[in-house]
Every structure is written in C-alpha cells, then in structure tokens.
Design a protein around this ligand. Structure first.
Ligand SMILES: C=C(O[C@@H]1C=C(C(=O)O)C=C[C@H]1O)C(=O)O
Length: 180
C-alpha cells in the first residue's frame, strides 16, 4: 500500500502535547449522537450539507482503522453539519463499498438526512472507543482550512458493515460554546 505523507497520528500522544479543556473533552469523548447533541445546542436549527458521497479510494489511516490491508474501493461521504446556519463540524465517513453493498443500509441514498439517525437507531451497531487527533489543514474543505483543529474518530460495527466516522470540530463550533 502506498505511503501517504499525511498519515494522521490518532494515538493519544496528541493529548500529552496539547492539554484539552473540560469543554473540549466533553465533546471529543462523548459517545452520544453528535447529531442529537448539535440539534439540542442549536435549538433544533441543525442541518447537513453533503459535500460529496462517492466511490473512491480511502486514505492509509482509514484503511488501517477499517482493517483493510490493500487499497479497495470505499464509500466516502463528506458533510458539513450546521447549527443555526453556521458550519460547526466537518465529517468524513468511510466504509468498504463491497460490504456496504451487501447490507440493507441504504447509506448511499440518505442525502441530507444525518447518518447518525441510522447508526444510533440500530442496536446491532457497536461503537469503538473514540480517538482524537489534530486534523491536517489540507484534508479539510477549502473554506474550512484552519490549523490544529480537534478531530475524533470511531467505527460503528455490526455483523454486516464497519463504518468509520471522523468528525472535525470547526472554529465556529468552539466560538458558539464560548458564547462568542
Ligand atoms: C454518527 C453520527 O452521524 C453524524 C452525521 C454524519 C452525516 O450525516 O454524514 C456524519 C457524522 C456524524 O456527526 C452522529 O450523529 O453521531
């Protein structure tokens, strides 16, 4: 598998180098549905903008997390999650396409419905522990390229599919929490 220069360090090392606040910890390591929490925080003014949803090769760190040892076509969905008309979170979800095609989950056609509504409504999904990293600017959408943004990832796994969900908290989200 080709080495990518942008391998992200999802180890806890980043937590040793960058002290996180109680507020950051609450949002980075809270296992509840982010859709639900953002809906509450925005007083029900939550929405999803789908940037892309397509069949493509994934990144090395994503293959590794998904337990895929050679480059295979994946289903990749990239969205912005909005609260009160501000982009609060960029999310990138990856699943092995061949697995997804053999499930009854119609993830590729959910459009602007939040993925969490599916993943959290099916008790068969087990969620892996949340990991955090600082997300490389160049991997963010062009109008959201800020340095050192906190990202978290975890997988939702059942006997049909392994769905890797990565969520990057944008500056406007932290500004909202700080009442700015
Ligand atoms: C996994 C969840 O789904 C959210 C919705 C997403 C989407 O619609 O693509 C992606 C990431 C999540 O923040 C959740 O609500 O926790």
């Amino acid at each position: 598998m080709k080495k990518t220069a942008l391998n992200i360090d999802w180890s806890a090392e980043v937590l040793l180098q960058h002290k996180i606040t109680r507020l950051e910890r609450d949002w980075l390591f809270n296992g509840a549905s982010l859709t639900h929490r953002l809906t509450q925080l925005s007083n029900n003014q939550f929405s999803v903008e789908v940037l892309s949803a397509s069949r493509q090769l994934a990144r090395e760190d994503e293959y590794q997390k998904l337990g895929i040892t050679s480059e295979k076509q994946c289903w990749v969905r990239e969205v912005l999650l909005y609260g009160a008309n501000e982009a609060w979170v960029y999310a990138r979800t990856v699943a092995l396409e061949i697995n997804l095609n053999h499930t009854h989950y119609n993830l590729n056609n959910i459009g602007s419905k939040p993925l969490g509504a599916i993943l959290f409504s099916d008790d068969s999904f087990k969620r892996t522990p949340l990991e955090v990293a600082h997300y490389p600017m160049s991997l963010l959408p062009t109008n959201q390229q800020y340095p050192n943004l906190w990202a978290r990832r975890s997988s939702f796994i059942n006997n049909e599919v392994n769905v890797l969900v990565q969520e990057i908290f944008l500056p406007s989200f932290w500004q909202k929490l700080q009442g700015k």
